[in-house]
Design a protein around this ligand. Structure first.
Ligand code: GDP
Length: 188
């Protein structure tokens, strides 16, 4: 189900994992790869249609929360402020939230607004982890380089889990590992 405001979000009964990322980071593709359900998350949302949270319930054991994408070139200051307000309120009001997965396009690495979102996550005091997407697009040496850079930044953030996982929804790289990690978090 989708929720454009926090009044209509589902009750916090089961462990929850949230997914955040710049628009086009590969979030919908990753959620689909993790769940094996091709039609679960819309791929390539357009600006304006994404300003809502989408919730996916998995087997009554776990909830995935798909946070709206950020970093649209056409987003106004007001759009960005609304995004921050909605996401911060969500993060602060979700006692069942086990971890937030922040997706980073491995071809781009961390950009300014990714680091701003990390600061927001620090401020909300929620546990989060950086996951690289589209790893199939890089050569192994390039991937190692971006992994080190992202890890170095995440170590500077108090609430960040100091591990960076590289994934590809296309090749399946890192998907079983991430799925296992999330399943383990859901059972704690
Ligand atoms: P979202 O906006 O973050 O939900 O991103 P999408 O899942 O819609 O993906 C954005 C674009 O990146 C689409 O064209 C996808 O086909 C492409 N993409 C997503 N994941 C991968 C991946 O693992 N490898 C490659 N090569 N392309 C991907």
């Amino acid at each position: 189900m989708g929720a454009a405001s926090l009044e209509s979000i589902p009750a916090a009964h089961v462990p929850e994992i949230a997914f955040a990322g710049r628009s086009n980071a590969g979030k919908s593709s990753l959620v689909n790869a993790l769940t094996g359900r091709k039609t679960l998350a819309r791929v390539s949302d357009t600006p304006g249609r994404t300003r809502q949270l989408n919730f996916f319930r998995l087997d009554d054991r776990m909830m995935l929360a798909d946070l709206p994408g950020y970093g649209f070139a056409r987003a106004s200051k007001e759009d960005a402020a609304r995004w921050t307000e909605l996401v911060f309120a969500y993060l602060r009001g979700r006692p069942n939230l086990k971890r937030t997965i922040l997706l980073i396009d491995s071809r781009r690495g961390l950009l300014k607004n990714d680091i701003e979102v990390m600061a927001l996550l620090d401020r909300a005091a929620v546990s989060y982890q950086l996951v690289l997407t589209k790893a199939d697009k890089l050569k192994p040496a390039e991937l190692t380089e971006v992994e080190s850079a992202v890890l170095a930044e995440s170590i500077r953030h108090g609430a960040a889990h100091p591990v960076v996982l590289a994934t590809s929804s296309l090749s399946g790289l890192g998907i079983p590992e991430l799925r296992a990690e999330l399943a383990a978090l859901a059972s704690t």
